[in-house]
Design a protein. Structure first.
Length: 80
């Protein structure tokens, strides 16, 4: 397997972060947004975040991959 793309830590602005996240998701085999929510929840729980606060919303995860930086205003995200 090829090495992962650069992490978004040093990306240039929100567009750069979004581009890096898209690259990382592609590298990881395009996991579903639902899978990403579970992984984020697990990582946050491992760091001691209370269960009631550990799980991000699916729309929040989806919006992290929107290249224009806008938030979703339709229900199209529900199809995944």
């Amino acid at each position: 397997m090829a090495s992962p793309p650069a992490p978004p830590v040093d990306a240039d602005g929100l567009d750069g972060v979004t581009a890096r996240l898209v690259e990382l998701r592609e590298w990881a085999g395009q996991p579903s947004y639902r899978t990403l929510v579970v992984r984020v929840r697990e990582l946050r729980a491992d760091r001691g975040v209370p269960a009631s606060e550990a799980s991000p919303g699916r729309v929040t995860i989806y919006d992290c991959f929107r290249p224009d930086g806008s938030v979703s205003t339709s229900s199209s995200w529900r199809t995944w």
